[in-house]
Design a protein around this ligand. Structure first.
Ligand code: SF4
Length: 277
């Protein structure tokens, strides 16, 4: 008899793997999770996940919920009983190019695929709450980086801790922090937090998955693009050029990066206080 009752597939990236927690939590125990090796530790901590598989391992003959729907996920689950997520790639592209309506929320598409209602966070063992303001200043794409992290860290009257992963070293060091090595350390570093402030990045979803109040700072992407699903606070500017990208880019297409520059420290501090309340 298989050691799991069902298998969820999502290979990457950090935010998508975390958001799959809305489904694994709803399923409960005896859920397997197929992902890339670098996300195996994290996937194994999601509520409901009792066994993690990586590509190349033999998969048990259980129903599969493919939340990636890629060539690789199709190849690895060939011949199995599978429901695959609707990707809505065209809707997402039209949303950016012509400001058409956004795609459905990611957690809703995942939940439709799995035929369960999406469970609200926390999707991981909740973080211990404290009084430290957690700041995650890094972002893979330059246009997603808010320029005022250092000033925010200086302006906040309470304790502050900077967080980040590989690639975030300079941003984290700029506000006196050191990047964690691995998800275990990142999750530990969120203990003692009161609010997590982050851009539209995987760490934003990770904080929400731990049950922390979050403040999301959105620039070239918007909170309506499908990834935001949290009961936190959003800071974003009402600019007609937004969203200009699905994932962020290297440079602002119109040159002024107003989507981030117009978001003052006061905007963000007000959102932190709303999140604390
Ligand atoms: S200001 Fe507009 S065009 Fe420039 S990065 Fe932001 S959303 Fe994109």
């Amino acid at each position: 008899m298989p050691e799991i009752d069902r298998l969820v597939v999502r290979f990457s990236s950090l935010g998508d793997v975390v958001l799959a927690g809305a489904v694994t939590t709803a399923f409960g125990d005896r859920t397997g999770f197929l992902t890339l090796p670098r996300y195996a530790e994290l996937a194994g901590r999601l509520n409901g996940v009792t066994r993690v598989y990586t590509p190349g391992e033999a998969l048990p003959p259980v129903p599969v919920f493919d939340l990636h729907n890629s060539l690789r996920s199709r190849r690895l689950t060939l011949g199995m009983q599978v429901r695959r997520v609707e990707r809505q790639d065209i809707r997402r592209r039209l949303h950016v190019a012509f400001k058409a309506g956004p795609a459905d929320r990611v957690v809703d598409r995942y939940a439709r695929t799995a035929r369960v209602p999406p469970a609200p966070a926390p999707w991981l063992l909740p973080a211990e709450r404290g009084d430290v303001l957690l700041l995650a200043p890094g972002a893979a794409h330059a246009t997603k980086r808010w320029p005022y992290w250092r000033a925010l860290a200086s302006a906040w009257s309470g304790p502050v801790r900077a967080l980040g992963g590989p690639g975030d070293e300079a941003a984290v060091a700029s506000i006196g922090g050191v990047c964690e090595r691995g998800f275990g350390q990142t999750l530990d570093a969120m203990n003692g937090g009161c609010v997590l402030v982050a851009g539209d990045t995987g760490l934003l979803h990770l904080g929400a998955a731990l049950g922390l109040p979050v403040v999301g700072i959105f620039g070239p992407t918007t909170s309506a693009d499908g990834f935001w699903c949290h009961a936190g606070q959003v800071v974003e500017a009402p600019l007609s050029c937004r969203p200009c990208s699905r994932f962020g880019g290297a440079v602002c297409p119109v040159g002024d990066h107003a989507c981030m520059r117009d978001l003052s420290i006061d905007h963000v501090i007000a959102a932190i206080h709303r999140a604390l309340a």
